[in-house]
Design a protein around this ligand. Structure first.
Ligand SMILES: [Zn+2]
Length: 345
């Protein structure tokens, strides 16, 4: 049984527009790109549509699942980070290793913003990212008297499972929505949202909340799958970035930039390649059944030898996906985009 989600903040009344209207421009007309179901985890047998607004071209899931259904659409153990066998430990080691890329991007923002406040990771999952920052020494910051000190960190997630998993990893976390998170206005130096906005009914509300929580020169780091990537163009409904029915929106980079601008942010940096996400995303598009997380959460029965064989095949596939995803990113069409933004002055 899944732990409950905190959904008090996302009732249907909080949605920006009635379900049949485009949440971005309120157009009632959309074209259906294709039908798709939960290809990865089979949490539901329902078929959804991926539709594109004919006016603003925002791509979205249609119909959106009701908030009361959300918990059931995330498989049990989605946020857990089990370290039972050698391959589990290797998987966790690999996850932490490839987070270096995210950490470097955020470290630069932390240095350049020169704000003393909190680092807040929204959608913190099991807290691996903040753990990574701490282990890299990125949080060291002298206090007012010049003594060595650590910058405060916190995770927020609307899944209780995730907040509990983060606490197990010694990352302070609260189960809350960002709009009701227990932090003071202007208290954050950096707020990160890795793969969060596409899960929300009203992404602008989270961006507004981040705007309020950030210090004057604080930085917002946002990462989403990029619907303007080559992978989506070539693979259509097989693109893993769709993650039906958990992703409600599929932003193109230009649309994300416009959304951030509307919410009072200016873009400082854009990164088109993610070591953690782009090669693994292409591998998941090509062979979803090989993905170790999918296999674990679907409780695929495997002998130790078969498990090792599939893991080895998966690693080889991810490695083979590095060159094409690097090329895609070099052409500004990476399958994820990461942006650094600050408040407009
Ligand atoms: Zn629209």
């Amino acid at each position: 049984m899944n732990q409950p989600f905190l959904i008090a903040d996302v009732p249907s009344a909080a949605r920006p527009a009635p379900a049949h209207l485009c949440p971005a421009c309120a157009s009632a007309v959309h074209s259906v790109l294709f039908a798709a179901g939960d290809r990865n985890f089979s949490t539901t047998a329902r078929s959804f549509e991926i539709v594109e607004c004919v006016d603003c071209r925002l791509i979205r899931l249609h119909p959106q699942p009701d908030p009361s259904e959300l918990a059931a659409l995330y498989p049990e153990g989605y946020w857990d980070a089990p370290e039972v066998t050698i391959t589990d430990r290797l998987e966790q080691w690999y996850r932490r290793l490839v987070l270096s890329d995210h950490a470097r991007f955020v470290e630069r923002a932390l240095i350049e913003c020169e704000e003393p406040g909190l680092v807040l990771d929204v959608g913190c999952g099991a807290g691996l990212f903040l753990q990574k920052l701490r282990r890299r020494g990125a949080l060291a910051r002298p206090d007012a008297a010049g003594h060595p000190a650590q910058r405060a960190i916190a995770g927020v997630d609307f899944s209780l499972d995730a907040a509990v998993a983060a606490a197990r990893n010694r990352v302070p976390a609260v189960c809350a929505t960002l709009t009701h998170a227990p932090f003071a206005p202007a208290s954050c130096a950096v707020i990160t949202m890795f793969n969060v906005l596409e899960h929300l009914y009203d992404p602008a509300r989270y961006l507004d909340a981040a705007h309020c929580l950030l210090a004057r020169n604080g930085r917002l780091i946002v990462q989403v799958p990029n619907a303007a990537c080559w992978q989506f163009l070539l693979m259509g409904e097989r693109w893993s970035g769709l993650d039906v029915p958990r992703h409600l929106f599929h932003f193109r980079l230009s649309q994300l930039e416009a959304l951030l601008g509307d919410c009072g942010f200016e873009i400082l940096r854009t990164k088109h390649f993610s070591l953690r996400d782009n090669p693994a995303g292409l591998a998941a598009s090509l062979a979803p059944a090989l993905d170790p997380t999918v296999r674990r959460l679907r409780h695929v029965g495997e002998s130790p030898r078969m498990r090792f064989f599939k893991d080895a095949l998966y690693v080889a596939l991810v490695a083979a996906c590095v060159p094409p995803t690097l090329l895609e990113a070099a052409c500004r069409a990476g399958s994820t985009v990461m942006l650094e933004a600050r408040k407009k002055t």
